[in-house]
Write a protein that binds this ligand. Structure first.
Ligand code: FPP
Ligand code: MG
Ligand code: MG
Length: 352
């Protein structure tokens, strides 16, 4: 169970460092152009910064492979570029966390424009406040800052990994947007899209952290697999919550996916038991009563249960990836490996 009894809270293990990453992010998006800066900082302000799941995972992964804790100097907000500390592995790994948050927020800014969404994280979306044009440019600006930051690491493998996940984000969005009737009803297509939209950034950023740590190919792969499986589990749980959470719990309307025409895992599984669901999926639930009918069939099927089982499978694979890490399991590393396992459990147990 999350935080269960004797075990330390996984997020607390890296909270100070995540705070530090967040603070640097707030400073690093400074620009001479006030309108751009106001827009760019919208989701980095205190209270609007989100769960910072990605940063926490990445720093836990860095420590899970490191024999000893980083020095206190890693907790200064001083934005000195890593080039000044070429040997400073931890600082470089923190930078991957910053870049990952920048890319993630940029993709959300663009996503809310594409989805014409008025809310995000329980607040007004940026496009709702400043309009689509400025919101898109703010996303582009964050990507530009992420690119400069990434280049400054002077590590071509890390650059490759993070750039690949950028491509995957775009590919995932396009796969979703342009799916034909058969693809809309295909579990393979859904899983491919889900990898691109959610799991790739987690996988590649975890791998980049391991690469910058100078770890073995096997451990870099383990870090990547951890991120990939946690990402897939995360999205499957998200898809379940779209059916089980009310608007107030999520800060966004429930049945969002169905209403926007998307068949996620619970619906695709349900369609295997109720073939009548297929035409609804293929016409994107756009006829009167489709959403309600689809909901009924999902509830009358094992769709939600099977989706939960698939999420649990990916969570178990994430755990196996951590348990297979070959770097020495010093007390420090072991504590943070346990932290990674706890994150996995929380992703599975989360209710919003
Ligand atoms: C949220 O999905 C969206 C994503 C995870 C990725 C969106 C990617 C793009 C818009 C491509 C452009 C990428 C960059 C980096 C600029 P959702 O709409 O399914 O979920 P949500 O709105 O409920 O969070
Ligand atoms: Mg959206
Ligand atoms: Mg979207």
């Amino acid at each position: 169970k999350p935080g269960g009894g004797e075990q330390a809270d996984a997020f607390a293990l890296v909270r100070e460092e995540v705070d530090c990453v967040t603070e640097r992010l707030r400073r690093d998006i400074f620009t001479e152009i006030p309108a751009l800066e106001r827009a760019a900082e919208y989701f980095f302000r205190a209270g609007a910064e989100g769960k910072r799941l990605r940063s926490s995972m990445l720093l836990l992964a860095a420590s899970a492979l490191a024999p000893a804790p980083p020095s206190l100097h890693h907790l200064t907000i001083d934005p000195a570029p890593p080039a000044e500390h070429p040997q400073d592995v931890r600082r470089r790994q923190q930078r991957i966390a910053e870049i990952t948050e920048l890319i993630h927020v940029a993709s959300l800014l663009h996503d809310d424009v594409i989805d014409s969404s008025g809310t995000r994280r329980g607040k007004k979306s940026l496009n709702a406040v400043v309009g689509n044009k400025v919101a898109i440019l703010a996303g582009d600006f964050l990507l530009a800052r992420a690119s400069v930051s990434l280049a400054s690491l002077q590590n071509s493998e890390a650059i490759m990994l993070m750039s690949q996940s950028l491509e995957h984000l775009v590919a995932g969005e396009i796969l979703q947007l342009t799916a034909d009737a058969d693809e809309a009803a295909s579990m393979d297509h859904y899983l491919r899209k889900t990898y691109c939209k959610t799991a790739s950034l987690m996988a590649n950023s975890c791998k980049a952290v391991a690469v910058l740590g100078g770890h073995s190919q096997a451990d870099c792969h383990a870090a990547s697999e951890y991120g990939r499986h946690v990402g897939l589990a995360f999205q499957l749980v998200d898809d379940i919550m779209d059916f089980t959470c009310t608007a107030s719990e999520m800060g966004k309307p429930g049945l969002n996916d169905l209403r926007s025409g998307l068949a996620t895992a619970p619906v695709l599984y349900a369609a295997e038991e109720h073939a009548e669901l297929l035409p609804l999926i293929q016409r994107r639930f756009k006829e009167e009563g489709d959403v309600e009918a689809a909901l009924g069939m999902v509830e009358a099927s094992s769709g939600l249960q099977r989706t939960r089982q698939l999420a649990a499978f990916h969570a178990a694979e994430a755990v196996a990836a951590v348990q297979g890490m070959s770097a020495p399991a010093t007390q420090h590393a072991a504590e943070h490996r346990a932290g990674l396992l706890q994150v996995t459990q929380r992703v599975l147990d989360r209710k919003k």
